[in-house]
Ligand binder design. Sequence first.
Ligand code: ADP
Ligand code: ZN
Length: 291
Amino acid sequence: MILGALETGGTKMVCAIGNEKGEILERVSIPTKTPAETIPACIDFFRGKGIEALGIAAFGPVDVNPASETYGYILKTPKLAWANYNLMGAFKEVFDVPMGIESDVNGSCLGEATWGCTQGMDNSVYITVGTGLGVGIIVNGQPLHGMLHPEAGHVPMIRHPKDKDFKCNCPFHESCMEGLSAGPAIEARWGKPARELADNPLVWEIEAYYLAQGIVDYILTVSPRRIVLGGGVMHQEHLLPLIKKNVKELLNDYLQTKELQDLDSYIVLASLNDDQGIMGCLKIAMNALGV
Ligand code: ADP
Ligand code: ZN
């Protein structure tokens, strides 16, 4: 089976050809500029390769409801050139094959659930802590859709006592998870990129305090079987143990499941070498084909 996979990101588009085993056979990265500059280059990559389906995981918000008139469009987004852009339609004009589209993080969640560390689990959560903070959720084996898709990176946060005065980095909220804990928020708070702050314990105490609050929200609402953390900021190896410590304190033994007795296997790092997103696109393509 020859499957097309497209992961759109704020800095680059990853286009790949793969198969139903999750193998990526060929890929390119194309810088994200305007749709008029970027999309024709993506289309050229897929042309003549015989793709049988295309799976797209897109920065959002994106319309994932097949019954909607704007299905496959990027909706209102701070990336203004892409607002209200018919992303899937641009590919439909050229390729007459089944297509599916998900939010970027629902794509990564699907990649891990199909080939990675949440295989066989019907409910899981994937969190990326990078340029943004995105949350993908699978419930009953399917990426969660409803009114839209989850936008759980913007859940409200209680401020860390030593972080009361920081101006939240999100233009919409005074105190949300993305605005307080994504990579650019760390850089704004401390005046240096996160990777240069490894030796400052307060940076990571505050970071873990916020990430744990979000994780506890998701534990209590979604009841995931496992939570997976990815994105550039999670490359800080000392962060994960701090997150688990904060999660344990916040839950305060309220729940006594076997999963929560063993946080080391319940809250884990992504397992697919940063390919979880593009592999998730292969699964989106398979779902579109009905296989
Ligand atoms: P994107 O979210 O754009 O797809 P990443 O997941 O790599 O890309 O996230 C980029 C963010 O992660 C930046 O804010 C950067 O400062 C931060 N970052 C990247 N590498 C590291 C690292 N090793 N330690 C801490 N932060 C990092
Ligand atoms: Zn926000």
